[in-house]
Design a protein around this ligand. Structure first.
Ligand SMILES: [Zn+2]
Length: 230
């Protein structure tokens, strides 16, 4: 009882507020108030006949579908949440995003018989600096809701992007081929995999990762992201 009063007392001094509208949160709400939660700019991409996320992977025959949670608008809610996750050392937001996303696409994941989730890896230097791979944190939330296994040790990022951004466009494309590498590929045999990145902008990064993944004996690949500007 005293613990509860103490908690109420603390929330008077440090109220938990909605990341989006800053209204004080009530019990049962986490990070986001119910009103903002209901207003999430959901994409419904996976229900569309021409899924915008699949345009850049049309040459990859193993890619069968793509899921995206929210539309990425400047200063929009997806940007705010992902900013917390990536630059404010707030991994708990990533876990929640993964859980919410899982609830959004759960039936479709099960219908597609997806049996593994792979986070798009960060280069080890970048991961060390951030303390975690934000996409991996999101996959933990997905796993919590769906029970689908996360394969965190099959894909490696071999190059740090900062060494590439200085180069020209053509160079960059050639370089991108060697961005990812697979390890422990046996575990991929016959699997239906959801490849997950936090954000998809042009689709080039996840498209490259999907190409590398397709070289294994993986059966089907689905792309997933929390937000996309497409
Ligand atoms: Zn709100």
């Amino acid at each position: 009882m005293i613990k509860k009063y103490w908690k109420d007392f603390l929330s008077l001094i440090y109220p938990n507020v909605c990341y989006n509208c800053e209204v004080a949160l009530v019990e049962g709400e986490e990070k986001i108030c119910l009103r903002c939660f209901r207003d999430f700019p959901l994409t419904h991409y996976h229900e569309m006949e021409s899924n915008p996320l699949l345009q850049s992977t049309s040459g990859n025959l193993k890619v069968k579908g793509a899921f995206c949670y929210m539309k990425f608008n400047k200063a929009g809610i997806a940007q705010k949440l992902l900013h917390e996750l990536k630059y404010k050392n707030n991994a708990s937001v990533g876990l929640l995003l993964g859980e919410w996303f899982a609830n959004y696409i759960k039936e479709d994941l099960l219908a597609a018989d997806i049996d593994a989730i792979i986070p798009v890896p960060l280069h080890k230097n970048k991961q060390r600096k951030r303390g975690y791979n934000q996409s991996e944190v999101i996959t933990r939330g997905l796993n919590k809701v769906t029970g689908i296994e996360v394969l965190n040790d099959v894909m490696i990022r071999t190059k740090n992007v900062s060494s590439q951004t200085k180069k020209g466009k053509v160079d960059r494309w050639q370089n991108v081929d060697a961005l990812y590498m697979l390890e422990n590929v046996k575990v991929l045999d016959g699997r239906r995999v959801l490849l997950l990145d936090d954000v998809i902008t042009t689709g080039a990064t996840i498209g490259t990762a999907a190409e590398v993944l397709a070289e294994s004996e993986v059966q089907e690949i689905y792309l997933g992201c929390i937000a996309s500007g497409k």
